[in-house]
Write a protein that binds this ligand. Structure first.
Ligand code: SF4
Length: 729
């Protein structure tokens, strides 16, 4: 029998690389052989994949993932196999009991940036319509919330990139701030290579000399927590050198005078003292950025995951606006979203303050519109709830029961030991996941769900490109989709309608709910996404007849109910998304990190990712080749700092912050500043980097300060010898 080949997308990061899945043998996972093939026709990755994408089918095998519900036995305290009815009954009973004892807001819902648009939409609706709780947020808050808030303030609209990624290769100068593309999204590195081959210049801002920084014409290595000062210093030089674009400022922006006044306080020498970046390097960066005919700034988690992340993003956007590098071809500001559906996940209602279509929960017109689509009185919709960390921090206190889907906060949340204690203090925890993650292991009920290749759904990549991920294999018999889980719970909680299990049916409702909103998907259909090479459609993509689509389910034939809007690959070329169409400068000033080094904690810690692991590692740590390539955490530190500890390369070193302690082998390198250590955050246990991180929140985005905190280092000694071979299994 010939293998079947299905075009689809990787389950991991926001690049959403296209791939073909070849399935041979008889049907389901574990029975057939699933092979990843290159899909060169998909324009974002053009066939290239990283090791995570290539090995993704391994997790389809029954041995590595959950294949049946688990319920905690009251007597033994252990998770025991159970049937679906028993598991769903237990979850529904507990949520209903919590609601009736403490009120709806005592039920929390925590989602994930990997959920498809349909799941994110259904989860938000479930929280607000079935449970009636305001307490829903998702781990995407930890990903791009500061960039989203900064873009909203400046442009009135937030989409990761306002242009296709391919534009990066044709700009004149790219200023890449706090992104290590070479490890997080390797196929995207080709755009940097093409940029330089085309004569463009690359500036990388990162406290470490990463594989991405090695590609740069200019590498600026600021002290962690000072990206805001760096951006202000560059803009100061732009003004001082008369390099502002006065015509653009006059015609397309507002608020420049306040911003100009604010940056004048940031003299280059002052900025050098704060950031550690020498003044000549600042001047070099300005010459490259302003000397090119077009320029871009792209930020990622480096400058965003701070208690001042939103202001930092504003400062980089201000640089773009003052130099006329926004709203023009091959120029602009963008954010490299991290999680697979971090973009779509926040557009359709699992964020604490949003309704589908990127509508605001506080907007009466938005509530009316979504209430009409959902068939509920808009006055019954709860208001905004707590942000992700605040929700986790409230567990066991104001929030008594939690339904968690596709997230592993025991590893990925800041101040993780505290979050773990809060999870343990819940009256009831239900987790829907593919694997028994560290968080699922704490649950009272674990619901095993289908994953990427076993289900159809849409995702929205970092460019705002809506894509169709197709089912290629049958799931194991004992698992259900998240949509089936939500439908099963809704029915048990008295809501028999409105939770279809067919993803396309959910998407049709999502189209109507998003119609007329900032993230308008109403002109997109599954049929359209499946056309041609499956290149996707960029939102906003309104329907040809928005009034019609508000009130009725469109016809199966897209040409009847859907207009011919082509989608919007490039935003802001004519006007920005603000009411007056002008981009807004936001005057910001530098402030120190929430926690600066002192005598007790004299070193800075920054955290990040490595090539072979993804986020909390719940999936990738189970894949043999990835685990072999990156088997555990480490502490990267400069030789001068290592000598002071003292610790030798490969020896264990303890990193201690005000919140906890982590121990991992030292990796001594001159690629990092001597005042800073780096730890990847993919692992649980004693090497858990997030035991140390600071949950201080950005006042606007509520983003925790993952990227900088004060620590001290303590020698631990050599690595213990491996256990004897006979005991290793
Ligand atoms: Fe998957 Fe991201 Fe790797 Fe592409 S870069 S294969 S989307 S993990």
């Amino acid at each position: 029998m010939h293998p079947t080949v299905t075009p689809t997308h990787c389950p991991y990061c926001a690049l959403q690389c296209g791939m073909n899945l070849s399935v041979s043998g008889t049907g389901g996972a574990g029975a057939g052989v699933v092979t990843v093939l290159e899909r060169e026709s998909f324009p974002v990755n053009r066939g290239a994949l990283c090791g995570k994408g290539r090995t993704a089918p391994e997790l389809l095998a029954p041995g590595l993932r959950l294949t049946g519900p688990l319920v905690r036995d009251a007597r033994s305290g252990r998770l025991e196999p159970a049937g679906w009815d028993e598991a769903l009954d237990r979850v529904a009973e507990k949520l209903a009991a919590t609601r009736s004892a403490y009120g709806a807001d005592a039920c929390g819902v925590f989602g994930g940036g990997g959920l498809t648009n349909e799941k994110a939409y259904a989860l938000g609706k479930f929280a607000r319509v079935v449970l009636g709780t305001s307490q829903i947020d998702y781990n995407g808050r930890f990903c791009m919330a500061s960039a989203a808030a900064g873009q909203q303030r400046a442009f009135g609209l937030d989409r990761g990139l306002p242009f296709p990624l391919a534009d990066v290769a044709r700009t004149g100068c790219l200023l890449l701030v706090g992104s290590n593309l070479a490890e997080t999204m390797p196929p995207a590195l080709r755009y940097l290579t093409e940029l330089r081959a085309n004569g463009g210049r690359l500036i990388v801002v990162d406290p470490r000399r990463t594989r991405t920084a090695e590609q740069a014409d200019l590498h600026l290595a600021p002290r962690p927590g000072t990206d805001l000062a760096l951006a202000l210093g560059l803009l100061h030089l732009v003004v001082a050198q008369g390099r502002t674009d006065e015509e653009f400022i006059r015609d397309r922006t507002s608020g420049w005078e306040e911003t100009r006044a604010a940056v004048m306080a940031h003299w280059p020498e002052h900025v050098e003292r704060i950031t550690g970046v020498p003044v000549p390097r600042l001047r070099e960066a300005v010459a490259m950025f302003c000397g090119a005919a077009s320029s871009m700034v792209l930020t990622a988690r480096g400058p965003e995951q701070h208690a001042k992340g939103t202001d930092t993003v504003s400062a980089w956007i201000n640089l773009c606006l003052a130099t006329g590098r926004a709203g023009r071809p091959l120029s602009g500001y963008g954010c490299l979203t991290g999680q697979g559906n971090g973009q779509g996940g926040r557009e359709h209602g699992q964020k604490a303050d949003q309704l589908p279509g990127y509508r605001k929960l506080t907007d009466p017109a938005a509530r009316r519109h979504v209430g009409r689509v959902w068939g509920v009185d808009p006055d019954t919709l709860p208001g905004p709830g707590r942000s992700a960390y605040e929700l986790l921090d409230a567990l066991g206190n104001e929030v008594k029961s939690l339904l968690l889907m596709g997230s592993n906060p025991v590893v990925s949340a800041p101040r993780a030991a505290h979050v773990e204690r809060r999870l343990r203090s819940l009256d009831f925890l239900a987790v829907a996941d593919v694997v028994l993650s560290e968080t699922a292991a704490l649950a009272d009920v674990v619901l095993p769900v289908t994953q990427w290749a076993e289900e159809t759904g849409t995702v929205t990549n970092l460019e705002g490109r809506v894509l169709l991920r197709r089912r290629a294999v049958d799931p194991p018999a004992g698992v259900r989709s998240d949509l089936e889980v939500l439908a099963g719970l809704a029915g048990r909680l008295g809501v028999d309608r409105g939770f279809p299990v067919d993803p396309e049916e959910v998407f049709e409702e999502l189209r109507r709910a998003s119609a007329g909103g900032p993230a308008d998907y109403s002109g997109i259909t599954y049929g359209r996404l499946a056309e041609g090479e499956g290149e996707g459609v960029f939102w906003p993509c309104p329907s040809g007849n928005p009034n019609e689509i508000h009130t009725q389910i469109p016809s199966d034939d897209p040409s009847e109910a859907v207009g011919v809007h082509p989608g919007t690959p490039r935003l802001f070329l004519d006007r920005f998304g603000t009411e007056d169409g002008r981009a807004r400068f936001v005057a910001v000033g530098h402030r120190p990190a929430a926690e600066e080094p002192d005598a007790e904690f004299p070193v800075l810690l920054t955290t990040g990712r490595v090539l072979a692991q993804y986020q909390s590692g719940a999936q990738t740590r189970r894949v043999g080749a990835l685990n072999e390539a990156a088997p555990g955490p480490f502490v990267q530190l400069h030789p001068r700092l290592a000598a002071r500890v003292p610790v030798a390369d490969g020896e264990l070193v303890a990193v201690v912050s005000r919140r906890g302690r982590a121990v991992a082998p030292a990796r001594i390198s001159t690629d990092i500043r001597a005042d800073t250590v780096f730890m990847p955050f993919h692992w649980p246990g004693e090497g858990r980097a997030n035991s140390l991180t600071n949950p201080a929140l950005d006042p606007t985005s509520r983003m925790p300060e993952f990227k900088v905190c004060a620590v001290r280092l303590e020698p631990v000694g050599p690595l213990p010898p491996p256990p004897p071979a006979s005991r290793r299994s």
